[in-house]
Design a binder for this molecule. Structure first.
Ligand SMILES: C[S@@+](CC[C@H](N)C(=O)[O-])C[C@H]1O[C@@H](n2cnc3c(N)ncnc32)[C@H](O)[C@@H]1O
Length: 304
């Protein structure tokens, strides 16, 4: 029997059922995937608002200041609170192209930017269909106005045959960012995810970040940077720092990118469980008994 709306969800997330699987369970089969995206977007927007108030996005954007990027590709923009911080910290003349596989997140990002007086161009181009075992989420051809202050593109960077060439047609980028990777509750039934044996939050995070390293390698100009922003154990000992750098060097090893620097700041989990943290272990995969949490920024550079 389904839990009551205010009881814990059956999935073990510790969210109330009404904030987790309620709407998905009650949606018609052919609308479940989009419903899961919408539920995720609503929950993430609540969490992101807290991160914004706590200065998480300002800190992540501040790590880019020394590079003064003028053209940024943001992967997985979520509710757009990070994009607002980029503009505030790096200047309103920065041009941003942001991608997200979740249409509801893109629409939320458009609204977040609109409240700041920024009119973003939104490109919807993906369709969802059911298969006997899951869902197909397929992207159509892509073209967009490269001069827009902010363009929000619907794209799954792990499965988009049109993305790289369309981005390159618009020009190379000074920086690529991917902050706080996470995904909606039915992503595990995406046929591409299933074909790649992605069956946990941790392997999904690597799946997306690996694709981000490869995309960054393709679209950055020489000297440009990729910044991965994550939540994890504070890397405050030489061992933990080396472990994390090694994990990212391993991800970068199939590209020309070179891992250059690691920085961190204290992180407090927002006092609600709408989108709880997915822990990011280093290469040794160790999960310590007591977590001292940090926001972590790892910057890699495309050689000149
Ligand atoms: C945890 S949210 C973080 C959003 C934003 N970067 C922030 O820090 O507030 C992760 C976002 O990445 C998006 N995402 C996950 N996998 C993706 C993929 N393969 N391609 C594009 N976007 C993806 C999700 O839809 C979600 O909006």
């Amino acid at each position: 029997m389904a839990p009551g709306r205010n009881e814990d969800c059956w999935c073990g997330s510790k969210r109330k059922y009404k904030h987790c699987h309620h709407d998905i369970d009650n949606a018609p089969d052919d609308q479940k995937y989009e419903t899961a995206q919408r539920v995720y977007s609503t929950n993430w927007t609540v969490t992101a608002r807290k991160h914004s108030e706590n200065g998480v996005y300002d800190w992540l954007a501040s790590q880019l200041v020394s590079r003064a990027p003028k053209r940024i590709l943001d992967i997985g923009c979520g509710s757009g609170h990070g994009l607002v911080a980029m503009r505030e910290v790096l200047g309103n003349d920065v041009r941003i192209v942001a991608v997200d596989e979740n249409r509801a997140c893109l629409d939320s990002a458009r609204d977040t930017l609109h409240r700041q007086g920024v009119a973003a161009q939104v490109v919807h181009r993906m369709t969802v269909s059911q298969t006997p075992t899951g869902f197909n989420h397929v992207a159509g051809p892509l073209s967009f106005d490269a001069d827009s202050a902010c363009t929000l593109i619907e794209s799954d960077i792990c499965n988009d045959p049109f993305l790289t060439s369309a981005l390159l047609d618009s020009g190379q980028f000074d920086a690529v960012t991917i902050w706080l990777t996470g995904v909606h509750m039915l992503r595990q039934f995406n046929v591409n995810v299933m074909e790649n044996d992605i069956n946990s939050d941790a392997t999904h995070r690597l799946y997306v970040q690996n694709a981000a390293y490869e995309l960054a390698d393709a679209v950055l100009h020489p000297g440009g940077i990729l910044q991965v922003g994550d939540r994890g154990q504070t890397p405050d000992t030489p061992l933990l720092e080396a472990d994390l750098l090694q994990a990212h060097s391993h991800q970068a090893s199939v590209t020309s990118l070179e891992v250059k620097s690691l920085a961190h700041c204290p992180y407090n989990e927002p006092g609600q469980r709408r989108t709880p943290m997915v822990f990011t272990p280093g290469s040794a995969g160790l999960i310590p008994d007591k977590l001292e949490l940090a926001i972590i920024s790892v910057v890699s550079e495309k050689p000149q």
